[in-house]
Design a protein around this ligand. Sequence first.
Ligand code: MG
Length: 302
Amino acid sequence: MEFEDRFRHQAQRPKYDCLLFDLDDTLYPLKSGLANACLQNIKDYMVEKLGIDPRKIDDLSNLLYKNYGTTMAGLRAIGYDFDYDEYHSFVHGRLPYENLKPDPVLRNLLLSLPYRKLIFTNADKVHAVKALNRLGLEDCFEGIICFETLNPIHKSTVSDDEDDIEFVGSRSTISTTSNATDTSQIFDIIDHFAQPNPSGVLPKTPIICKPSENAIDLALKIANLNPQRTLFFEDSTRNILAGKLVGLHTVRVGTSQRCKGADYALESIHNLREAVPELWEADTKPEVAYPGKLAVETPVTA
Ligand SMILES: [Mg+2]
C-alpha cells in the first residue's frame, strides 16, 4: 500500500523516458514502395548471388522470414554464407529512396517531444541514415540501433559495451568474391515444413534481430533503457508482441487496429498527438523530461 501511495503521488510525472522507433513502414508509409522493392531485391539476391532455384524463392523467403525474423537471418541459419555488407548494399542500394520526401510535419512532432528518441531497426546503418536524411529527420534522434549494433563485425568498431554484452555469432565471412556454398550442407527448410508433422529443432541463426526478445533486450541494454519507461513504435505485429513481452509500452503504426501486445494503434505516425496526447503533457515539466537525462529507475511491477 505504501508503494501504491508513492506511485500515486508521482502520477504527474511523465510516463516515459524514451521513445523507441522502428524506421521502415513506421516513420514513412508502406505505400512509399520501399518494402516491396526490398523484398524483390532480397529474392534477386537469393537467385543471383546464392544460386537458389528461382522456383523455390517465394516459399523459401516466406519460411525464413517467418521463422527467423529476417530472410537474411534465415539464410545464415540454414547454411548460406555471405558478406553482410554486400547483402545490405544489394537489397537496400537500389531502393526507390526518391519516394521518401522530407516530412516537416513529423519532424516538428518529434522535435516537440521532450524525451530521448532512438531508432531501432533491423536494417543496416547506411540504409537508416539514408532514409532519415530523405525524410529530413536526421537530427531528430539521439542514435540508431541497427543491424551492426546488434551484430558487430569488426572488433575495432565495437562499442565500449562489448565487454558487458555477450554477442552471439557476430562474425562475418571474408569471402566477398564468391558466395559459393556447398548446397549439400544447406538445411532444406521447405522440405522440413512439407512434412506432415515437422519435428526436430530448426538450425539456429547467428544473426540477432527483431522480433527476437533477445534482440530487443540487447537493444535496451545498449541504449540503457528501462522498458517500462519506453514507448516503442512499430508497424510489425510480431515485433510489437515481442516488445510487449520484454515490458515495453507499444504503439502499432500503420493502422488504427490494435493487435495483440499493442497499447495504442495509429493509422499514421502523424496522428501521434491525437492518439497519445499525454506525451506532450511533459511539456510543463521539462525538469523530468529532458533529452538525454536517464535517471536510475526503481523497477515498477504493477
Ligand atoms: Mg518496420
